[in-house]
Design a protein around this ligand. Structure first.
Ligand code: 4NP
Length: 151
């Protein structure tokens, strides 16, 4: 059975598309399925933010084929692990959980590199390119750890 991993942020256009693209580049797609979603419906069917596309491209990743979609309760059945970017995402996803099994699937992604510290991936939407670079670096480190876990 393949392991199924879902990356979640608010809009599904800045952070989680990067997390999806980065993790996909580090794993064997025969063994792991990676997808992303947003807690909001603000950007359903939208392309990733051009600033995420740009920082991905600088790192030889193409995320342009991704499209925004909203997280739904069925995602608890479709995925084994759900990584969220910040505490607001965590609360929104947990509020849809039906039971302890669902709740146990949800973690802040940076807890993979800073266990138990609940460090957030900052929302870069209202900032400049620097914020996207920093987000990329954080997600790259976290995805390295996640990929190693599944080797
Ligand atoms: P994301 O960033 O959650 O990393 O995709 C955002 C994208 C859009 C909005 C907020 C955050 N928005 O308010 O439209």
């Amino acid at each position: 059975m393949k392991t199924r991993i879902l990356m979640v942020c608010l809009g599904n256009i800045c952070r989680s598309p990067l997390a999806e693209g980065i993790l996909k580049s580090k794993i064997n797609p025969q063994e792991i399925v990676v997808d992303s979603a947003g807690t909001s419906d603000y950007h359903v069917d939208d392309c990733p933010d051009p600033r995420s596309v740009s920082i991905a491209k600088e790192n030889n990743l193409d995320i342009t084929s991704q499209r925004g979609r909203q997280f739904s309760v069925e995602d608890f059945d479709s995925f084994d692990k759900i990584y969220v970017m910040d505490m607001a995402n965590y609360r929104d996803v947990i509020s849809k959980a039906r039971n302890e099994k669902d709740r146990n699937k949800v973690s802040l992604i940076l807890n993979e590199i800073f266990p138990g510290e609940n460090v957030e991936v900052p929302d870069p939407y209202h900032g400049g390119a620097d914020g996207f670079k920093r987000v990329y670096q954080m997600l790259n480190e976290a995805c390295e750890v996640i990929a190693k876990k599944h080797q």
